[in-house]
Write a protein that binds this ligand. Structure first.
Ligand SMILES: [Fe+2]
Ligand SMILES: [Fe+2]
Length: 222
């Protein structure tokens, strides 16, 4: 009775197994407002208890683990309302928590003998954040409230292409920033700088997933 056939996880699977095998799914839980402490309940039970659309939840976690995203097909059903809620919370996570945290750690980790270089590094990071913020606020204000009246058919492809292009640009900037630190920042490899680099690597993955959800689930669902 699994109407959802794409990907690894089904609604009958145990939620704690999903997290044990794939801990980044914790981020998906918090964005849907699902609390921990779920015992041995299944994904479907937890979603129903929390008022979350199970298909949308599964589409996102399966998109996280699937290798061939082109296999994502018509049998993936999402609720646009749930998806928009998820995406808005995800924006909030990046803008109000993740990126400010990284900046704070970065400031603390930078080598105090590299004053000029530090200024340039932080400026670069801030520019990147502004770019992310502009994009996400545009989605919050100009895309999500009007999902029902977005361009149809012919125009949709053009719209989707513009969307993906901005995503690529954002991902590229973060990769570039990471490389500046790794290749050109002449500091000792301290625990602090490593820790902030680990955060940047993880944040890069999280952003890519966020963008993938928009490109592969949100756009086609319109
Ligand atoms: Fe977004
Ligand atoms: Fe986006």
């Amino acid at each position: 009775m699994n109407k959802f056939r794409f990907g690894k996880y089904r609604e009958t699977d145990v939620m704690s197994d999903l997290i044990g095998e794939n801990y980044p799914a914790l981020l998906v839980l918090s964005r849907f407002g699902i609390a921990l402490g779920f015992g041995d309940k299944s994904i479907g039970e937890i979603c129903r208890d929390s008022g979350v659309d199970t298909d949308t939840f599964l589409a996102i976690v399966n998109l996280m683990v699937v290798e061939d995203r082109t296999a994502l097909s018509a049998d993936v059903r999402v609720s646009i309302e749930s998806l928009v809620k998820y995406l808005r919370n995800s924006h909030d996570y990046f803008l109000s928590y993740r990126l400010p945290e990284i900046r704070k750690k970065l400031t603390e980790a930078l080598d105090e003998n590299q004053e000029d270089l530090n200024k340039a590094v932080l400026e670069y990071f801030d520019k990147f954040v502004i770019e992310v913020k502009t994009h996400m606020l545009y989605e919050n204000k100009k895309v999500f409230p009007f999902v029902r009246s977005l361009p149809k058919d012919g125009k949709k492809e053009k719209y989707a292409a513009g969307f993906s292009k901005q995503h690529e640009q954002i991902e590229m900037r973060l990769t570039e920033f990471k490389n500046i630190l790794i290749k050109y920042y002449p500091a000792q490899s301290t625990n602090e700088i490593n820790s902030v680099l680990f955060d940047i690597f993880n944040c890069e993955k999280e952003l890519t997933l966020h963008n993938t959800v928009e490109d592969y689930l949100f756009i086609p669902a319109l």
